[in-house]
Write a protein that binds this ligand. Structure first.
Ligand code: PLP
Length: 400
C-alpha cells in the first residue's frame, strides 16, 4: 500500500476544504445549502485586467518568463510598495510566485532547518502551520483571544522567542479574525524584535485593501526601517483585485532571501504564469478607484453580519477592522442539545449542526487554532447573508 512521507503524516486535508466538499455535495443532492466558507471575493476580475491578459496572449507572451517575475511586473510591484506602503524595494528585492501561498512555501523551504521555530499567533490561516510543518519546522502557536482583539502583544512575543526562533509570522488584516494591527499595535512588537536580531519577521498583507471605518493600514518594513533587512513583506492580487484564479502573489525582502526563494521556485514551477503576470501589471498600474467601491460594499455586509450575530443568544462577535470574515465566539451554545438530541461539545459540533440542520456552511474555530469560535466569510450577496443569518438564529433558538 501507499505510505505517505513523514513530512505530511500529521497533516490532513484542510478542514475548510472538507466542509466545502460536504456542503457542495449536499447542494448537488438538492438541499438549499448556503456556503459561507469560501475565502474569495464574489466580485469579478476588473475588465481592464482581463483585457490586458488577452492582449498579452495576442502579443505571444505565452512562454516561460524570468524565473521569479517579469521585469514589468517587478517594476509595477516596486511602484506599488513605494506608492501605497512607503517602502523602497529594488527589483532584486522582489519576487513573484504562483499565489502568496507559493511565496510562503518558497520562503519557508528556503530558510527553515529541522527544528527551527516559527511563531504564529492564533487564530491563524491554517496553511501557515501546515506549510511550516511540511518544511520541517515547528509552528509555535500563541493564543490571542477576542478580548485582546485577536492580536499578539509584546509580552507574548517576548515569551515565545527562543534561540530556535527563525520567524514570526503576522497577518493583518487577518484571515480568519478580520483583526488588523495599526501602528500602535505593531510598535511594541517591533521593539521586541529589535532586541532579538536572530528573529525574522514575515508579514502577510494580503487583505491590505479591505479595511473599514478609516482604519489606517501600515506595514512593518515602513514603520521600522531597521527591521527591513530581516522582514519579508507578502502581498498579492488575489483578494484586492478578485483574481484568486490567476495565481499571482509577490513579496519584497532582503536580496539574499529573495535569491534563495528563487532556487526553490526554479525546481518547483520555473516561473509564474506569463499571462497572469501581464494581467497583474495592469491590476497594479491601472485605475484603483473601484477598490473604494468594493470596500463600501464589503463594509455593508460586515455590519449586517456582525449585528445579526450579536443579536443571537450565545453568540458574540467582535467588530473586525478588515478582510471579509467574522470570527464569532460560540461558547454560549456549547453544552446545549440539538432538537435531534445531540449535545454540542465543540465548535466543530456546532458547525456540523448548522450545516446539517440549518444548511449553512461555516468553518469551526478549531480549523484556525482557536476555539470555541466559527468563521463566516461574508463575500457573498446580502440576500444570501440575511437568509443564512436568519437560519443560524433559528438553529440557535432551537437548542435546549
Ligand atoms: N494569505 C492569506 C491570509 C489568505 O487568506 C490567503 C488565501 O486565502 C492567501 C494568503 C493566499 O492567497 P493566494 O495564494 O491566492 O495568493
Amino acid at each position: 500500500g501507499f505510505r505517505p512521507a513523514s513530512r505530511i503524516a500529521s497533516i490532513g486535508v484542510s478542514k475548510i476544504l472538507q466542509i466545502g466538499a460536504r456542503a457542495s455535495a449536499m447542494k448537488r443532492d438538492g438541499l438549499p445549502v448556503i456556503i459561507l466558507g469560501a475565502g474569495e471575493p464574489d466580485f469579478d476580475t476588473p475588465d481592464n485586467v482581463k483585457a490586458a491578459a488577452k492582449a498579452a496572449i495576442d502579443r505571444g507572451e505565452t512562454k516561460y518568463t524570468a524565473l521569479d517575475g517579469t521585469p514589468e511586473l517587478k517594476k509595477a510591484i516596486a511602484e506599488k510598495f513605494r506608492r501605497e506602503n512607503g517602502v523602497d524595494y529594488a527589483l532584486d528585492e522582489i519576487t513573484v510566485a504562483t499565489g502568496a501561498k507559493q511565496i510562503l512555501f518558497n520562503a519557508f523551504m528556503a530558510s527553515i532547518d529541522p527544528g527551527d521555530e516559527v511563531i504564529i499567533p492564533t487564530p491563524y490561516w491554517t496553511s501557515y502551520s501546515d506549510i511550516v510543518e511540511i518544511c520541517g519546522g515547528t509552528a509555535v502557536l500563541v493564543p490571542c483571544d477576542a478580548e485582546a482583539g485577536f492580536r499578539l502583544n509584546a509580552e507574548q512575543l517576548e515569551k515565545a522567542i527562543t534561540p530556535k526562533t527563525r520567524w514570526v509570522l503576522l497577518n493583518s488584516p487577518s484571515n480568519p479574525s478580520g483583526a488588523a494591527y495599526g501602528e500602535a499595535d505593531y510598535r511594541p512588537l517591533l521593539d521586541v524584535l529589535m532586541q532579538h536580531p536572530h528573529v525574522w519577521l514575515m508579514v502577510d498583507d494580503m487583505y491590505e485593501h479591505i479595511v473599514y471605518d478609516g482604519f489606517k493600514f501600515v506595514t512593518p518594513a515602513a514603520l521600522e526601517p531597521r527591521l527591513k533587512p530581516r522582514t519579508l513583506t507578502i502581498n498579492g492580487v488575489s483578494k484586492a483585485y478578485a483574481m484568486t484564479g490567476w495565481r499571482i502573489g509577490y513579496a519584497g525582502g532582503p536580496k539574499a532571501l529573495i535569491k534563495a526563494m528563487a532556487v526553490i521556485q526554479s525546481q518547483a514551477t520555473s516561473c509564474p504564469s506569463s499571462v497572469s503576470q501581464a494581467a497583474s501589471v495592469e491590476a497594479l498600474n491601472g485605475p484603483q478607484d473601484f477598490l473604494v467601491e468594493r470596500q463600501r460594499s464589503f463594509k455593508a455586509r460586515r455590519d449586517l453580519v456582525v449585528a445579526a450575530l450579536n443579536a443571537i443568544d450565545g453568540i458574540e462577535c467582535r467588530v473586525p477592522e478588515g478582510a471579509f470574515y467574522t470570527f464569532a465566539g460560540c461558547g454560549g451554545v456549547i453544552g446545549k442539545t440539538t432538537p435531534k438530541g445531540k449535545r454540542l461539545e465543540t465548535d466543530s459540533d456546532f458547525t456540523d449542526y448548522l450545516l446539517e440542520d440549518a444548511h449553512v456552511a461555516v468553518v469551526p474555530g478549531s480549523a484556525f487554532g482557536l476555539s470555541p469560535f466559527f468563521r463566516i466569510s461574508y463575500a457573498t450577496s446580502e440576500a444570501e447573508l440575511k437568509e443564512a443569518l436568519q437560519r443560524i438564529a433559528t438553529a440557535c433558538q432551537q437548542l435546549a
